[in-house]
Design a protein around this ligand. Structure first.
Ligand code: ATP
Ligand code: MN
Length: 451
């Protein structure tokens, strides 16, 4: 394996020959030298390579290198006199692996809009911004797994193909075998892509205690917003012997932990985001790590929102589902920090959420963050068989199809709770990207699914 630039930039110069493999970002010729900026994706920074005109392929090849060409360079690291870099590579050999015709290669030096880059999703990871986002996303994945590992949670892989529609909202993609007959479906009954791993995570929580699932979910969202994808990843912990308070505590700790982790481990990439994507990003993230979240009941939120009802497209009254404009008003204008809204009306929440003693609300909690709105949705689950059956009947759900789910309440039921954290919304929040299409490698939205 070649030396990775991220490591090399932290090294001291020495006389040993090293090998670097990467892509040319820029070339500049002065006198009898060429200066190449090489990037290999390991970090945002490029490595400066000095090529002496005496190299055998200097005229023929080196002076024809342009952005996007792939090269293998051998040489020695020396102290760099240039500002902002410690070492540079003095080349002994430069081998060109692949050319990139400057007449047609779309990524020239000028800055491109994120919209344009979306139209070349096979090339955009080669840009600074998308490279940075991809590394932050990867680090967040590691941080999420570390968080749960440190707390002895067990990771469960819930199915992608499912025969139960968790939300019951009809946002499912159907799955069938090519040419399958309607009366003889491949799986014996109609199947779809999962919209949430929650129900299956509950099965495992009621056997193993604390579990989490972290996988892709699919929703045929017909809303073309900057926060919705048809395919997105979700982190869903589920805890036995846990109530709403313990659920909120875990969600708060998780958000703080993973953001702290990227602040420590993605400094260079986040500095870029802070400069070009969202001014004040670093301070925003540090505040989330340091400060308490605001806790607020749905009823209190409604009162707060009604003070400025005229400003909303959808006026607020008790019983409505909060719209994005309401969520963002609370977290951006009123409290200016993450807000946890609890105790929503039972009528607007799914059947599995635990009905409170007032009979009108459920033990639900959503976490709202500035710039995004809802990032987490969770609840304590209904563990009482009779109450759950009544809720399902009221919602018109066939209890026979969920017999397995009801068995969890028939045999050794316990209070339990969990939530879903939308991973792309987390990456959006951490990088400041305003459109969710920028934080997943290959976004899928209505009418759009390249590569
Ligand atoms: P919203 O009201 O924003 O559509 P939701 O109430 O449908 O969200 P849940 O069903 O509670 O969301 O899902 C849990 C989390 O998954 C949400 O808090 C959000 O972070 C994320 N999420 C939901 N739908 C999408 C989507 N289409 N694309 C990306 N993330 C999503
Ligand atoms: Mn939704």
């Amino acid at each position: 394996m070649a030396d990775r630039i991220q490591k090399l930039l932290q090294q001291k110069p020495d006389a040993n020959s090293i090998t670097v493999k990467g892509w040319v970002r820029t070339r500049r010729d002065t006198g009898s030298f060429s200066f190449l900026e090489i990037n290999d994706g390991s970090c945002l920074s490029n490595l400066q390579v000095i090529v002496d005109g005496s190299l055998s392929n200097y005229e023929e090849e080196v002076t024809k290198l342009s952005a996007g060409c792939s090269v293998v360079v051998t040489g020695v690291l020396q102290d760099s006199p240039a500002k902002g870099q410690t070492v540079e590579l003095h080349a002994a050999t430069v081998t060109v692996l692949g050319w990139a015709d400057p007449e047609t290669y779309p990524l020239q030096k000028k800055r491109h809009t994120l919209e344009f880059l979306r139209s070349i999703s096979h090339l955009r990871p080669r840009t600074n911004a998308l490279g940075a986002v991809t590394r932050v996303r990867s680090r967040l994945t590691i941080a999420v797994n570390r968080f749960f590992q440190e707390r002895d949670f067990i990771q469960v892989h819930t199915p992608i193909i499912t025969t139960s529609d968790c939300e019951g909202a009809g946002e499912m993609f159907q799955v069938s075998a090519a040419g399958e007959k309607k009366d003889a479906p491949f799986f014996g009954s109609p199947a779809g892509l999962t919209v949430s791993g929650q129900l299956q995570a509950e099965v495992y929580a009621l056997a193993l205690g604390n579990v989490y699932t972290f996988g892709p979910t699919f929703r045929a969202e017909n809303s073309n917003t900057s926060r919705h994808l048809a395919e997105f990843w979700m982190i869903e912990p589920e805890m036995a012997f846990c109530d709403l308070a313990c659920n909120m505590e875990l969600a708060t700790d998780l958000l703080k932990f993973v953001l702290q982790d990227v602040l420590e481990n993605c400094t260079e990439d986040l500095a870029l985001c802070n400069k070009f994507i969202e001014k004040g990003l670093l301070q925003k993230l540090q505040d989330v790590v340091d400060k308490d979240f605001v806790h607020l009941t749905y009823s209190a939120a409604v009162e707060e929102l009604q003070k400025v009802n005229d400003d909303f497209e959808y006026p607020v009254e008790w019983g409505i589902d909060l719209q994005s404009e309401h969520e963002r008003y609370l977290t951006e204008k009123v409290y200016k920090c993450p807000v946890i809204v609890t105790d929503y009306p039972a009528s607007i929440k799914p059947f599995y959420m635990r009905v409170s003693d007032d009979g009108k609300t459920v033990a639900a909690m959503d976490i709202l963050v500035p710039g995004i709105g809802e990032i987490v949705g969770g609840s304590q689950r209904e563990e009482r068989l009779d109450v759950l059956e009544k809720r399902m009947n009221d919602a018109g759900i066939d209890t026979k199809e969920y017999d397995w789910y009801l068995d969890l309440r028939r045999y050794g039921t316990v209070p339990h709770a969990g939530f879903g954290l939308g991973f792309e919304r987390l990456v959006q929040f951490a990088t400041g990207m305003s459109n969710i299409r920028e934080v997943i490698p290959f976004p899928r939205t209505p009418g759009f699914a390249p590569c």
